[in-house]
Each structure stands twice: as structure tokens, then as C-alpha cells.
Design a protein around this ligand. Structure first.
Ligand code: DQA
Length: 143
């Protein structure tokens, strides 16, 4: 099984962000945790601060991968372009957030992009990603 994990803007700066929302893991240590927890799955990790680069990766994802996990960062709340790209992507897709966006400022409580995903996992800090991988394994088994 091949999964792509797509990380949006500012997630490369987790080491400097508010740990009470995002936890104490850096992006690299989150990626190591995912790979170590699921050694039989082949992961590709991609992070960009640029919307266009995220779009190009999402547009091609169903040619190569069995599932997609995305944390669109702040684009969650603004990007119709990412929503449209996700809608074109025909593999199972899970939106992930480190923080519980529903407990935060009102502008973070609405996700534009979740509408194109099969599920959203929010608030588990680094464990949100582990839960998303687990969910993808279950979803692809029952396909
Ligand atoms: C986030 C939540 C977003 O509101 C924020 O802009 C982020 C991270 C999260 O993982 O909790 O950059 O997606």
C-alpha cells in the first residue's frame, strides 16, 4: 500500500508554533513516527507553503497512491482550489488537523477542503496522522 501525506503551509515550522495546539513534534518527527508505526506501508511525505505546488501533487496523487492524507494548514479555511483538486482525486482521502479546529477561533472552525475528503480527524496532535493511516487501511480493505 502506498500513501501520500500532503502537508500545507507553516507545517514545516511546527518546532516554532504553539505546542498547546500542535504538540511537541516537529514535522520530521511526525513523519518518522508514521513510518515507524506502519512499517509495511510505503509513505511519500510532501510539504509546501505554496498552494500551486500542493495542487500539482494532489492532481497526480491517484496515479501513484492508494490513499491520501492532507493537512492543508490555513488553506483548509480558504482554498477552493484545493477543494477542487481533491474532488478530482479518486483515491480515499482523509483530512487531518493537529489541533481541534472546532474548539478554536471561528475562522478556523469551517473547513472548505473537508467536503472533498472521506473523513476529517482533528485534535489528536501527532496521533491524528496515525489515526488517519489506520482509517485508510480499513477503507482500502473494505473497498
Ligand atoms: C492546522 C489548523 C489550521 O487552522 C492552521 O492554520 C494550521 C494547522 C492543524 O493542523 O491544526 O496551520 O491545520
Amino acid at each position: 500500500m502506498k500513501i501520500i501525506v500532503v502537508q500545507g503551509p507553516n507545517l514545516n515550522m511546527l518546532h516554532k508554533r504553539d505546542a498547546s495546539h500542535y504538540g511537541n513534534f516537529t514535522l520530521d518527527t511526525i513523519h518518522s513516527l508514521i513510518s515507524e508505526t506502519y512499517p509495511d506501508i510505503e509513505f511519500t511525505f510532501f510539504q509546501s507553503n505554496m498552494e500551486g505546488e500542493l495542487l500539482e501533487v494532489i492532481q497526480r496523487a491517484d496515479e501513484e497512491y492508494d490513499g491520501l492524507i492532507i493537512n492543508p494548514g490555513a488553506y483548509t479555511h480558504t482554498s477552493i482550489a484545493i477543494l477542487d483538486a481533491l474532488e478530482l482525486c479518486s483515491i480515499p482521502k482523509i483530512e487531518v488537523h493537529l489541533s481541534n479546529i472546532h474548539k478554536r477561533e471561528s475562522f478556523r472552525q469551517h473547513s472548505i477542503t473537508a467536503k472533498a475528503c472521506d473523513a476529517q480527524i482533528s485534535g489528536g496532535k501527532e496521533n491524528s496522522y496515525l489515526a488517519a493511516v489506520h482509517m485508510l487501511t480499513l477503507m482500502t480493505k473494505t473497498k
